[in-house]
Design a protein around this ligand. Structure first.
Ligand code: ADE
Ligand code: ZN
Length: 346
């Protein structure tokens, strides 16, 4: 296959993604439009400059500002719909687990945001056939008490869409062990658990997230490569790593050959590819697969197998996971690669 045909294949392949932030999915033009309408000033009101930053701290400052520009349920519905539509258009997205940070939006109640996001999810499913679930994400830069309160609020307002808890933002600020209570509350309510850990070299927080918070999935987790015992333990216990090609590159100087993701796959870890904060990092889910596939030399069947193995790491219950698996098998077959879905990923 030519490089062009491979790129087209990887872009059009039906996909799921497990690691995508709602507030990191707002195109610059939409963010500026929301900010103008809601009387909020962003670090730049120029769409070509809003997402200029040099490090994760700079990115998180913009992320917080954009979060403040979302002030009504309708804003949440718009952002959710647009983000899902972009996933469908750019990469034939079929299912996404969307993380959102309720405590970054102090002007709105949790039920108000949930109602808006739900409207966006249902409209996207109706119009585009893409389905979604939600991960309520704790802001680790805020206090453990804020996190525990958030989880009590979440359990007081059950929703079939909310399937998990996550731990986001600057890993230099909030160690996972501080959020044990929030994770215990989440577990008591049947929520599945993931956390950002080991994104920028801190391997201990991967182990703590697994051992103390009970996560079965790690967001990023690149630092696991530096710790042979933890790596083996992660393989043995089936810990899933929801990695992101673009943001991993951001952390390793932009050199695709230096990306940790190929090594994680080669060592036998269970790995999926997601887009994290797509417009903020100039990417989309189609582009993430195209770049990963080109660098890692994926065959068609390897790319398909990566999608199908990601299904097993979703936070869906067994019935819904089986339905998604069946649906994707049909869609992958219809996509017409001529290979049998279900082979083991490389
Ligand atoms: N919040 C949104 N994106 C994030 C990332 N890549 N790392 C930590 N926190 C985030
Ligand atoms: Zn993330």
């Amino acid at each position: 296959m030519s490089d062009l045909a491979t790129a087209e294949f990887l872009r059009g392949l039906p996909k799921i993604e497990l690691h995508c932030h709602l507030e990191g999915s707002v195109p610059a033009a939409t963010a500026i439009d929301l900010a103008r309408r809601n009387g909020i000033v962003l670090p730049s009101m120029d769409a070509t400059r809003l997402y200029e930053f040099g490090d994760l701290e700079g990115f998180l400052a913009v992320y917080q500002a954009v979060s403040r520009a979302m002030v009504s349920a309708a804003d949440f519905a718009t952002v959710t719909y647009e983000s899902l539509a972009d996933g469908v258009k750019s990469g034939n997205l079929r299912y996404r687990e969307i993380a959102f940070n309720p405590t970054n939006h102090p002007d709105l109640t949790y039920p108000e945001m949930l109602a808006g996001i739900t409207d966006g999810i249902e409209a996207a499913e109706r119009d585009l056939g893409v389905t979604s679930r939600l991960i309520v994400a704790v802001n680790r830069e805020q206090s453990p008490a804020v996190a525990a309160d958030l989880l009590r609020t979440v359990l007081a307002h059950p929703s079939d869409y909310v399937v998990g808890i996550g731990l986001d933002h600057n890993e230099k600020d909030g160690p996972p062990e501080a959020f044990r209570e929030a994770y215990e509350i989440a577990a008591s309510g049947g929520l599945r658990r993931t956390a950002h850990a080991g994104e920028r070299g801190n391997v201990a927080e991967i182990a703590t997230s697994i051992d103390l918070l009970g996560v079965t999935r790690v967001d990023h987790g690149y630092a696991v490569l530096g710790h042979a015992d933890l790596l083996q333990r992660s393989i043995d216990s089936g810990i899933h790593f929801a990695t992101c090609w673009g943001t991993a590159l951001f952390h390793c100087g932009g050199d695709p050959a230096a990306s940790p993701i190929g090594a994680m796959i080669d060592r036998g870890l269970d790995v999926s590819i997601s887009s994290d904060d797509p417009p903020c990092f100039g990417t989309d889910i189609g582009n993430e697969y195209m770049r990963a596939g080109a660098q890692l030399g994926w065959s068609e069947s390897a790319a398909e197998a990566r999608v199908l193995s990601s299904v097993e790491a979703t936070f869906l219950d067994d019935v819904d996971r089986a339905a998604l698996r069946d649906r994707l098998r049909v869609e992958l077959a219809a996509f017409g690669s001529g290979t049998a879905p279900g082979e083991q990923p490389r």
